[in-house]
Design a protein around this ligand. Sequence first.
Ligand code: UD1
Length: 427
Amino acid sequence: MEKYCINGGKPLKGSVTISGAKNAVVAILPAVVLSEGKCRIENIPNIADVTTVLDILSSLGATIRRVNRNTVDIDPTTIYTHVVPHDLARHMRASYYFLGSLLGRFGKARVPMPGGCDFGVRPIDLHLKGFTALGAVNSPLENAMIGVEADRLVGNSIYLDTVSVGATVNIILAAVRARGVTIIENAAKEPHIVDLANFLNSMGADIRGAGTDVVKIHGVEHLDGTTYSIIPDQIEAGTYMAMAVATHGDILVKNVIPKHLESITSKLEEIGATIEEFDEAVRVSCPGPFKHCNIKTMPHPGFPTDMQPQAAVLLALAEGTSILTEGVWDNRFRYVDELRRMGAQVQVDGKVAVFQGVPHLTGAPVKAVDLRAGAAMVIAALAAEGYTEIEEIRHIERGYENIIEKLRGVGADIRRVRIPDSMLRQA
Ligand code: UD1
């Protein structure tokens, strides 16, 4: 086990290059199952979740060759089974995308109940409702395995009661080779939905409307191999933007799509940041104090829930009272206790957190309770006076490529240190 050791209080300055989007790649790699030819996927972030999805593909029988750190060749024609093994799937949420893709390819899929970050109840009823509408039958949970099966998938109209990224992805995956037309209404509009559709269309699929709330999928018989490059990670970019603000620094965040960052940019400007947009970069600085601000997370194009903990650090340091409302998940404030250990003054009532800004945070031993909460701890530690140790960093490394190297590149004093076994036994 390892931890991060951070000496805070230094303004971060320089440039950082954003990696491929985690939430796009974890949908696109399972989608490769549907192809009848070899695929080359570029701009893949080198993170633990990608390793897990590639391991799942391998376990299904796909032939995988790492071309370099960020490019893989995958031959899915050698896949021989529709069953995803337990030990791999339980590490991440997106393992359930193999339900849609294996169902689309084999007419059946068995996938363990997924793992991933704990934000309270994370149902999959809408995914199953979608599969059923396409003609599949769900078998009862057996040994914590979800099973779906169909003689023939046939297109249908599906209305999602709640905007769900996962259900939108899974229904697209199942529908892309179904007979006839599938229409998903009240679909999620996140950039990674568009990226998935672009990837599938590059293989010969016929998907229109991705990025709007109505996605129309004309089923096709065959999908060919393709070469495709993953979009930059909106949330990784937002995290480094928040780091620039939190440390009163000045960072050029490169390899981004500024349009994807609009909701983040707008709130950071309200807090007091100066943001300059270029074609594929944003420059973020914040010399002055932080102004109080209210934020509510919403599905895209609203402020992303996956930036909520990172934004919380800024509100903890903003003058006056700020209100942060979580509009997507039931229980996404578990990290607040850790922020309090660093001096934040915050009250949580259900899905609302009220911050009374403090002039500074102070270094403390804390832990990452989940991926983005872990990123928030890194931001808090970089902004804080003094020394912070962050434990349970495995959550952070599920989603941030080369975080230590990238942060050192902008002047952060951060180290990854092994926790001796003797210390673990005491804990
Ligand atoms: C994805 C992201 C996650 C992000 C979330 C919201 C991936 C791998 N993960 O998660 O980082 O926080 O979108 O932007 O892309 N819901 C139901 N029934 C369902 C499915 C979802 O009620 O069948 C509800 C959930 O409880 C939640 C809301 O819909 O309240 C949104 O969830 P969803 O968009 O599905 O999140 P994920 O796809 O799991």
